[in-house]
Design a protein around this ligand. Structure first.
Ligand code: B12
Ligand code: SF4
Length: 461
């Protein structure tokens, strides 16, 4: 009989800063590949359904799958382990598999920390999971599948990596129909898609490039626009986010993608993220013409010294120039910032905050706290230097300080981040007041921000 697979998205810790739920692309692709090969597959999205552990137990008991696959980032790792344990209790004969950006670099430890995990799938999961399911169906051994780590004869075996999928067009579109799409779209009327995998840079803090490879693999413009059209026809979607880490690495492809959208007459709005050194004013103009309204940039820092330490490969001058173009063209720039990277001082952090206010005065900067995710050189450095203070992964949501260096304490880093937001909101309130346009919504944002700060302080005590 063909195995029945249930894929699971764990909940994030209660206090973590979280995004609106949506149909996750990672699980969506895995499900689509299994469906294409005629396996029965379903999804339990604990985050979206707000399921408690007991709710999950009931749900998985009802379904009794043969294979349970749980995804996990660092933030959801602990929650994923709890679900795997429950799945084994509720379906004692099931095989449990975990995958995602955390366990890829925590494979042996995950097997050690959770005896209920049978197999860890590292990096890109589609072909590995498919082979595993096929082996299980055929009753064959699955201890030597490429891209997995598992136990054999009481020992942990890390099988060699599986080569990346070269032809991304060969993948089916993510199986979004396994999520209650109507309900999801009540949260947010935006659909997410990914047009590429991997990156050509090698930033010290980044998990993605170590997950998906230091090579930019991309879908063809035709394949991407086919998906846009499909989503438009199926769900009536008009707003999209491209989740790629660096959407414009291949500029001719981005241009061709825009031409394809225009040629097919798709009236859509979209946003994307990229690097400042991989975009031109002409390309931005073309993107705007094709429906782009906002671009997210990994600005990271306003000081060259910290950018160099991050191995980011950009300069503050270039960031000023590019964000200037973005605003000039009437697009919305979203600067993403990392405060507290090793080498950061209070002085450099404030320089960055002021820098962000200068380059994007109307946008709230995304001030992340430098978080050492396993698998990154930043994690190795922080461990090696003895700077790591917080080992509870529930705190790795990029808002909580996790380590301190001789140049910056955790307390100061926390204060800097709070300071950055206060500065922004107070400045904004001031501007509104000046224009006599101070709104209730602005006041509410300030109050919400203050409450979040108080919560943060209480947690730190
Ligand atoms: C979209 C996105 C989000 C979305 C959705 C998150 C998600 N779980 O998919 C939202 C906005 C919610 C989000 C939030 C956060 N994110 Co985010 N996000 C991304 C982003 C840009 C794309 C994810 C994606 O769709 N990739 C495409 C799919 C195809 O790849 P994939 O998700 O890795 O899935 C493949 C494999 O991992 C594997 N796999 C995954 N799950 C499973 C499960 C099984 C059973 C198997 C077999 C295989 C498997 O197979 C999949 C198919 O090949 C990635 C960067 C990236 N390019 O991956 C960051 C990334 C995942 N996010 C990151 C971070 C830090 C966060 C936040 C903590 C912080 C923040 N400030 O936003 C939160 C945490 C949220 C959470 N619940 O875990 C880090 C994760 C690092 C880590 N070790 O955890 C990443 C890698 C970015 C980076 N540069 O380092 N994020
Ligand atoms: S440019 Fe972005 S995706 Fe590429 S390595 Fe740096 S942070 Fe990661």
């Amino acid at each position: 009989m063909k195995p029945h697979v249930t894929l699971v998205n764990p909940t994030a810790p209660v206090d973590a800063a979280m995004h609106m739920p949506f149909a996750l692309l990672g699980l969506g692709y895995l499900a689509a590949v299994l469906e294409k090969n005629n396996y029965q597959v379903d999804v339990i999205d604990c985050q979206m359904l707000k399921l408690s552990l007991e709710d999950f137990r009931r749900e998985i008991s009802k379904r009794q799958p043969d294979i349970v696959g749980v995804t996990s980032s660092t933030l959801t790792y602990k929650s994923a382990l709890k679900l795997v344990k429950i799945a084994k209790e509720a379906c004692p004969n099931c095989i449990t598999v975990v995958g995602g950006s955390h366990v890829t670099f925590w494979d042996d430890k995950a097997l050690e920390e959770c005896p209920e995990i049978d197999i860890v799938i590292r990096r890109e999961g589609e072909n590995t999971l498919l082979e595993l399911v096929q082996r299980i169906e055929a009753g064959k051994s699955y201890h030597d599948v490429l891209g997995t780590t598992c136990r054999k004869d009481g020992k942990t075996v890390r099988n060699p990596d599986r080569p990346y999928i070269e032809d991304l067009d060969s993948l089916p579109f993510p199986a979004r129909h396994l999520w209650p799409m109507e309900r999801l779209r009540e949260y947010e009327d935006i659909l997410y898609l990914a047009t590429s995998r991997g990156c050509v840079y090698w930033c010290e803090f980044c998990t993605t490039v170590r997950m998906h490879g230091r090579k930019y693999r991309m879908r063809s413009p035709k394949n991407v626009v086919d998906e846009l059209e499909f989503l438009h026809k199926t769900y009536g979607a008009k707003k999209f986010t491209f989740c790629d880490d660096a959407f414009t690495v291949d500029q001719p492809r981005t241009e061709a993608l825009c031409s394809e959208i225009l040629q097919r007459g798709l009236k859509i709005e979209w946003n994307c993220g990229t690097r400042v050194d991989m975009i031109t004013k002409d390309l931005l103009m073309k993107m705007k013409e094709a429906g782009c309204i906002s671009v997210w940039f990994g600005v990271e820092s306003g000081t060259q010294q910290v950018l160099d330490a991050m191995k980011k490969g950009i300069t503050p001058e270039l960031t000023i120039k590019v964000l200037g173009w973005v605003r000039e063209l009437g697009l919305k720039p979203v600067p993403n910032v990392i405060l507290g990277f090793p080498g950061e001082t209070k002085k450099s952090a404030w320089k960055t905050i002021k820098f962000v206010e200068k380059i994007a005065p109307d946008a709230v900067g995304f001030y992340n706290v430098a978080t050492p995710f396993p698998g990154t050189p930043m994690y190795d450095l922080v461990k090696e230097k003895g700077w790591l203070r917080v080992t509870d992964f529930d705190m790795y949501d990029t808002t909580h300080p996790i380590f301190e260096t001789p140049y910056l304490s955790m307390k100061d880093l926390g204060k800097l981040r709070e300071g950055a937001f206060h500065h922004y909101y107070l400045r904004r309130a001031f501007i509104f007041e000046k224009k006599r346009r101070f709104k209730v919504s602005t006041a509410m944002i300030i109050v919400a921000n203050l409450i979040a700060d108080i919560k943060l302080k209480l947690r730190r005590k």
